[in-house]
Design a binder for this molecule. Sequence first.
Ligand code: FNR
Length: 389
Amino acid sequence: PRPFRWRAADRRLARCLSVDDLERAARRRVPTAVWDYVYGGSDGEHAMHRNRETFDRVELRPTAFGQVAEPEVRTTILGRPAAAPIVLAPTGYTRLSHHTGERAVAAAAAAAGLPYTLSTYATTSITDVADAAPQGRNWFQVYLMKDRAVTLDHINEAASQGYEALMLTIDTTVTGMKRKDKLNGFAIPPQLSLRTFAGMARHPGWVANILSTEPLRFATFPEGSHYGRWGMSNELREQAIRPTDISWLKEHWDGPVVVKGVLSVADAVACVDAGADALVLSNHGGRQLDRAPVPLELLPAVVDAVGSRTEVFIDSGVRSGGDIAAALGLGARGVMIGRPYLYGLMVGGRQGVDATLGLLAEELRRAMCLLGAPDIASLGPEHVRLRSA
Ligand code: FNR
């Protein structure tokens, strides 16, 4: 028989039929400070809300006479097969969402046949994630450090552990200002307020689980180093990234380099000229520059400019198979998801991530069926219209 904990998670997950359901259920599973950190956007949260407003304005236009009963959602990503056009985006502090953290997410991604990106600000090491998902397509997200020797250590560990690709994030000159995180004491070092403490007290199971696992720290850095301590250390990160940094990565990494956080056509061209193998149009889920462009709106122009030379992905606000269909129709090779898998993780650990990924692939399949698109390649701009607000 399955352990009680798993059956309880099964029951919770059985009631979640969409990412929005998972979001509602997830909110009840973690202390408020954790929820605020994962859910929130920067400053006025305009970028975060606009991401969703834009997807909500999508009209999907069926072409009935292409209909098939079982559309094919398999595709290739960076030239290798993927079960669906979905990549799991890097998220820092994943073990706050659930004590099984990055290991559970990587294992779920591997089982679903999708790439998983481990963050530089991961709470599980590069090696431990490879051990948890040895068959997975594991990617490593680089926050370039001023001390390039530290970044080289990351690259070398990722290479020795069989990671497939690097993803350079270029939108984090400084960490975006999230008011609630500040008020909750989500800082370096953590300054737990009475409110935060009370929030934890309402989630004794979460607290007990966290305490039962290894201490939370940035596990991609050596134990005891000041890099590994709790916090987002702007001073340690490179705060002036240049296209030459992309070529530098290409010199030191024998594999694809993906650039994440591109938000203009000019930057997209510069990245590809510098050797980037793929781009992710992203406003970091509305967590960095507030009022930044919405990736879905930027997508057609970028695909026009560099789509024949590179794979273009988008993230920020993807919450359904219909959203994915819209992105693909406008020229994306695939999408990345951040919060959706964290919601699944909160609700049911590994099983919750399985559920999230299964649900999105199923929604995409159904959307394509109804759109009359038999496979990914047949999704085009004729299927998508952005209604005016
Ligand atoms: C992130 N994101 C992120 N990106 C990155 O390059 N390095 C990182 O360490 C993190 N950390 C992180 C933590 C949390 C809690 C979230 C929600 C996001 C951004 C992430 O990779 C991705 O761009 C967004 O999450 C995409 O938007 P959605 O899917 O969350 O709307």
